[in-house]
Design a protein around this ligand. Structure first.
Ligand code: OAD
Length: 250
């Protein structure tokens, strides 16, 4: 049996199905991944752009990099990986998407139950008070500011992008919910993640240890490949298009 058909069979039989997505899920929308040949961390030093220390040292540089990424994301469209996951949720086949991505493309594709482990690039968060606001990229918001770093409208302190930086904890509610889903699910669909960053990378291991079938969609072998029950060695967009057809036929 082809891996896609095998995956569809497992999904069909399952009560609870959860997807864990990483940068590879958005790669087919033209958004660069982090690791690998064309990855962002190959061109840019995360210590200078994605740590609280970097922001304290040079908030303008950090903001300019995030505004550049916001612009790239605003120009991108959800791809068949995002739209198939949204379709699966509407059909009652998929319970939730747990994502490491900060681009909001799952929501733009129509997914409702999205757990963002690493925050959302469109959110502006105050570094001092609890002000936060999520910009709407479709309305052209959050792409430029009269000054950098932008200031909190409530207390005047600098705003920061609402993403998790290296050395920072994950949002506790999101992580707890993701761990709960990993323990409950019968199938975890792991799409486009290198499995190098914890604690997100522990979720498929947790799911597997509670009896779930792990299906990996990734053109390359990853740190999680050894625990995958089914491996689909393809790009996310064509693989998810095929999976949709297989689910419709099953
Ligand atoms: P990575 O860049 O580490 O890994 C991307 C994965 O996607 C790799 O395994 C690629 O083989 C795979 N890939 C590339 N193109 C693909 C495609 N078209 N379809 C499917 N898969 C494809 O990205 P993440 O695993 O998401 O964290 O990285 C995890 C975290 O590290 C990110 O959330 C980010 C980063 O530092 C923070 O910013 C906190």
């Amino acid at each position: 049996m082809k891996p896609i058909q095998e995956a569809a069979r497992h999904i069909h039989r399952a009560d609870t199905v959860v997807a864990l997505t990483g940068a590879g899920a958005s790669a087919d929308s033209g958004i660069p991944t982090f690791r690998g040949k064309d990855g962002l961390w190959n061109k840019y030093d995360p210590r200078e752009l994605a740590t609280p220390e970097a922001f304290a040292r040079d908030p303008v540089k950090v903001w300019k990099w995030y505004l550049w990424r916001r612009k790239k994301i605003a120009e991108a469209q959800p791809n068949p990986c995002h739209t198939t996951l949204a379709w699966m949720e509407r059909e009652g086949i998929l319970d939730a998407v747990v994502t490491q991505n900060v681009d909001g493309l799952h929501q733009r594709a129509g997914s409702r139950h999205v757990i963002e482990l690493h925050g959302n690039i469109w959110t502006d968060e105050c570094t001092s008070c609890d002000y936060e606001r999520t910009n709407d990229p479709e309305a052209g918001e959050g792409l430029e500011y009269p000054e950098l770093p932008p200031k909190c409208p409530e207390c005047g302190a600098p705003l920061r992008p609402g993403v998790v930086w290296f050395g920072e904890p994950l949002p506790p509610d999101a992580l707890l919910r993701a761990q709960e889903l990993a323990r409950e699910c019968d199938v975890m669909l792991v799409i486009g993640t290198s499995g190098e960053v914890r604690p997100a990378a522990d979720l498929p291991i947790l799911a597997k240890s509670h009896g779930a079938t792990v299906i990996e969609i990734n053109p390359s072998e990853t740190a999680l490949s050894p625990i995958a029950d089914v491996r689909i060695p393809q790009r996310a967009a064509p693989a998810m298009e095929e999976l949709r057809k297989a689910l419709e036929e099953a």
